[in-house]
Design a protein around this ligand. Structure first.
Ligand code: ARG
Length: 603
């Protein structure tokens, strides 16, 4: 068992002995924020004491008196307002590393309570090229899905394509009147985008290019499509097919897969019944010809997503589910989607990964759903993110001011990485340099996206994200490849750097690892936190925790490698240090893998 779990397990009866009425499932133990004070910490006693108006330090003393962790920890310390700090004994540390070598764990254990989690991510709109904004959803969503899966949850990924809606009226007019077959073949999404832009420019009554005939025609084509007109349906299917093929190329390059791709159109047949039910149960009301969900006054205005504050007063902010022309919208479709996912997959949790501009939509959606299905206990989370900015601090655009296409961005990443690799290793054959450049280029873009706190905007800088020094993908990949090169140099097979044979026999009773140097201990301690970090990523939906953890890990490895000779040490120490190298490499690889980042054996 991993030490922090063991401490948690021992803490529970100790707390109960001191406070028989405490209602605790686990007393959470987390890494100590400052290693000066210990390896692990719990702050749980403070809230328990506070709730009972007890002196927290006194409670801490009572618990420590009943706690027995002497086999794995040094003397437990009570700190501050009632924290408990634990420091592992080096032998316990060594034993944990050894059980990892035996393949019992890699510093994390599958969750004892697996949940069914639906991750809704990427979700681009048909007939529009994916742009850099979609990259964040795709990359963040993928890494969350991977993390949850690694921790043993049942993960269902769903690419909720925007494949239905008013844009198809305009697209159909464009397709029927302006389509250029050669352009469509060369770059379908670019051609469809051109059609859309041209027609939509004529459909805005307050724009100079407005044309009433085009607008009427677009409306008419949309009505026909929705009524099942065969020709329009066939064109619409073509648009989806062509878009998907292009999206697929990008997903292939990014190494992203989806279990399901149920677009908005899939839910269309369910929408009317939902609106009818909400009306019948008076959960939705007629509002200026439309149907909408309005505030029911059950929460204070500042927490009510159906109210907005304008000019000093709270006014209705309706969640429209059926427009006055009878059409449905994003809201209706998301209500249907939510219900479908809960019914079909028995989801315990649904995660929506989109940009921050959709916050209001999701607050309203979740609140509306709660009223529709009050008994549902599933956790709904909008995992939102900020924008990507150019180096001038403005939204990331091309020189001519157009949005940057994801495909072009990835091309450029590979091209730039190829230049760097060619400078560094001119002797490698071109094919090898290309392959390294592909992995490094794509990874660098992904990592740059995962590293910042997702809710803040970040500045996209090629030099920064491709730097070999700094918190970047190439730096971590390089750290991994460097460890692998130790094994090549020493002619040791990785995964089998076993301690000398005589100590192998006593493997289970005593420790054969020699962890002595401070840098070696620091590295080993850091390895033990891998699982806790993975759990934090899954709980808060923040892969940046893992990025920072891996960066620290690589840093500690450097500290270790600079101070602790590996291949040149005498045999017992050499074997022990090779184990530390191997475990570090494995954690790096596994950690990068859940970020969706490939590793290379040689760079
Ligand atoms: N297609 C939408 C967009 O590009 C994102 C959809 C997100 N998922 C959802 N269930 N609403 O903005």
């Amino acid at each position: 068992m991993l030490p922090h779990r063991l401490i948690e397990q021992r803490l529970q009866p100790a707390v109960l002995a001191a406070l028989p009425d405490a209602d605790i499932a686990t007393v959470l133990v987390r890494p100590c924020p400052d290693p000066k004070f210990g390896d692990y910490q719990t702050n749980a006693l403070m809230s328990l004491a506070k709730a009972r108006k007890l002196n927290p330090r006194q409670l801490a003393t009572d618990v420590v008196a009943r706690l027995d962790v002497g086999d794995c920890c040094e003397k437990v310390e009570i700190a501050g307002a009632g924290f408990l700090n634990f420091r592992l004994k080096p032998a316990a540390l060594a034993q944990t590393l050894e059980s990892a070598v035996r393949g019992e764990h890699l510093f994390f254990t599958p969750t004892p309570q697996p949940r069914t989690v639906v991750v809704d991510f990427s979700s681009p709109n048909v007939a529009k090229p994916m742009h850099v904004g979609h990259i964040r959803s795709t990359i963040l969503g993928d890494s969350l899905a991977r993390t949850l899966r690694l921790l043993g949850h049942r993960v269902i990924t769903d690419n909720h394509l925007g494949d239905w809606g008013t844009q198809f009226g305009m697209l159909l007019v464009g397709w029927k009147t302006l389509l250029d077959a050669a352009s469509l073949q060369a770059d379908p999404l670019a051609e469809m985008e051109r059609l859309y832009k041209t027609i939509s420019a004529q459909c805005h009554p307050d724009k100079p290019g407005f044309n009433q005939t085009t607008l009427d025609r677009a409306r008419n084509e949309l009505v026909k499509l929705q009524a099942g007109d065969a020709e329009n349906l066939a064109i619409w299917r073509d648009m989806i097919r062509l878009s998907q093929a292009q999206f697929q190329t990008i997903y292939g390059r990014l190494g992203v897969n989806f279990g399901h791709t149920l677009g908005e159109s899939f839910y269309h047949p369910r929408l009317q019944a939902i609106v009818d039910e909400l009306m019948r149960r008076s959960l939705a009301t007629e509002s200026r010809g439309a149907r909408a969900i309005l505030s029911d006054g059950s929460v204070p205005p500042k927490d009510d997503p159906f109210l907005v504050h304008k000019e000093g007063e709270w006014i209705p902010n309706p969640f429209i589910i059926q427009k006055s022309d009878g059409g449905f919208n994003y809201a209706t479709s998301d209500l249907a989607t939510l219900a479908y996912r809960l019914e079909t997959w028995q989801a315990d949790e649904i995660i929506y990964v989109t940009d921050g501009r959709q916050q209001l939509h999701f607050r309203q959606l979740f609140a509306a759903f709660k009223r529709w299905q009050p008994d549902s206990t599933s956790r709904l989370a909008h995992v939102w993110f900020g924008s990507i900015l150019g180096e001038d601090g403005k939204p990331f655009k091309t020189r001519s001011g157009e949005t940057i296409r994801l495909a072009e961005l990835l091309d450029e990443a590979e091209e730039r990485a190829f230049k760097l690799v060619s400078e560094k290793s001119p002797d490698l054959p071109e094919a090898a340099r290309r392959e390294i450049a592909r992995v490094v280029g794509i990874s660098a873009v992904k990592y740059a996206d995962l590293l910042p706190n997702r809710q803040s905007d970040y500045v996209f800088s090629w030099d920064k994200l491709l730097a070999l020094n700094g918190n970047t993908a190439p730096y971590l990949q390089y750290a991994y490849a460097r460890i692998r090169s130790i094994f090549r140099k020493g002619n040791v097979e990785q995964g089998a750097p076993v301690p000398p044979s005589e100590s192998r026999i006593t493997h289970h009773e005593s420790s054969s690892l020699l962890l002595e140097a401070p840098e070696e201990l620091a590295l080993a301690r850091h390895l033990l936190n891998f699982g806790l970090v993975l759990e934090a990523v899954a709980d808060d939906y923040r892969p940046n925790f893992l990025c920072n953890y891996l960066y620290d890990l690589a840093g500690r490895f450097t500290g270790f490698y600079e101070n602790c000779p590996v291949l040149k040490s005498e045999p017992a120490q050499r074997a022990s240090r090779l184990v530390v190298c191997d475990l570090t490499a494995r954690v790096l690889k596994q950690g990068l893998d859940v970020l969706g980042i490939e590793t290379l054996e040689q760079m």
